[in-house]
Design a protein around this ligand. Structure first.
Ligand code: F0G
Length: 364
């Protein structure tokens, strides 16, 4: 009988991934996320442009990490691993814990203490991982994971594991298939820089296979307080409200630099205020709720149409009818605290028609 659950990215893109018949696929039907047309962002860009939002928050654990984790965990099982480990700002740990649970592997996650969004921390616990809160930041946690993984007791499932990048590149495949070609510009948030590396790999592969006539200009946005690639040096004490990308020394720095250089894109920064405003804007104007780090894509596009864009901004020159894709990487519900800066407050009313009509400003 056909395995009805086998509809994830490995099943969809098997021939482009390093799997064999010996690989037991561990999947939660990740991938195939919606590519949502944004009329308002398209209007902002003008010149007949079409802007699409790739909503990765609709993956099974609520972020793009599931694409890479199905690969990393499937390969860990194939290699006979008993336990996996990762450092995380929250989403990798959620995905690792879920896929490890499914594969009956032990899972340990090292997280920067006090800097993980509530929903993500809950995910690691509920999926049954051993959670270690490190008195340090993500970069400290990743250093420890590298050491702990060195002797083979744990399989590392951070994006330094090449299978993670392989899985994540499938997002580019989906975009090309849906648009019929690669977009002209691709915008995404950058933290540890695995995802921009993976997308660029995916775009290059499909272009090489003749499935796309072009490759997009890869444009990454870092949070201003955690912007090592933009600044060109390690940031010892990264800070940002977008805790998912609170990283000072990205593991895939080189991959990101190559993607930007080879594609004619750029790495720029957005402030926390711009991120939070873009998050609210995308929810209120387009009905898409993403976590703060993901909103860096949208904040970035808005910045590209302000007086403040960077010298290498791809929007200095772009074709008529350009297609632009923004990856929004994680679901907004993961971090219920950050958006509360907007001071949302319910209107209060007694349980009568009159009282409700009054606070709503309508007559009954
Ligand atoms: N957006 C979200 C929601 C993320 O969780 C991350 C990374 C990124 C963007 C940046 O992607 O690291 O590939 O450049 N989160 C990692 C984690 C670091 O541990 O969950 P990247």
């Amino acid at each position: 009988m056909k395995n009805l659950h086998d509809r994830g990215v490995i099943s969809r893109y098997r021939q482009y991934l390093p799997v064999t018949d010996a690989t037991t696929v561990v999947s939660l039907n990740e991938g195939s996320t919606p590519l949502i047309y944004s009329p308002k962002l398209s209007k902002l860009v003008g010149r007949g442009a079409e802007v699409y939002v790739k909503y990765e928050g609709l993956n099974p654990t609520g972020s793009f990490k599931d694409r890479g984790m199905t690969m990393a965990i499937s390969k860990a099982v194939e290699r006979g691993a008993k336990a996996v480990i990762c450092a995380s700002t929250g989403n990798t740990s959620a995905a690792a814990a879920a896929y490890a649970a499914r594969a009956n592997l032990a899972c340990a996650v090292l997280l920067p203490a006090g800097k993980i969004a509530a929903g993500k921390l809950l995910q690691a616990f509920i999926y049954g991982a051993k959670v270690v809160a490190i008195r340090g930041n993500f970069d400290d946690a990743l250093r420890l994971v590298r050491e702990l993984g060195a002797d083979g007791r744990f399989e590392i499932v951070n994006s330094i594991n090449p299978f993670r990048i392989e899985g994540q590149k499938t997002a580019s495949f989906e975009i090309i298939e849906e648009l019929g070609d690669a977009p002209d510009i691709h915008i995404l948030p950058v933290g540890n820089a695995g995802n921009i590396t993976a997308y660029w790999q995916g775009y290059r592969e499909y272009h090489g296979l003749g499935k796309a006539t072009k490759r997009p200009r890869m444009t990454g946005f870092q949070a201003a307080g955690s912007a090592p690639i933009f600044l060109g040096h390690v940031v010892d004490k990264p800070e940002t409200v977008a805790t998912a990308i609170r990283i000072g020394n990205p593991a895939s720095w080189q991959g990101a630099s190559d993607a930007v250089k080879d594609s004619g894109g750029c790495i720029d920064i957005v402030s926390d205020a711009q991120i939070l405003e873009a998050q609210r804007w995308l929810a209120a104007e387009e009905g898409i709720f993403v976590e703060p780090a993901s909103a860096a894509s949208v904040a970035g596009l808005l910045k590209c149409f302000s007086n403040d864009r960077c010298a290498a901004c791809p929007f200095h020159q772009y074709p008529e009818g350009a297609k632009i894709v923004l990856t929004v990487t994680g679901h907004g519900l993961k971090d219920p605290e950050a958006p509360m800066v907007h001071g949302f407050k319910a209107l209060e009313a007694d349980a009568t028609m009159d009282a409700v009509a009054k606070v709503l400003g309508v007559s009954c």
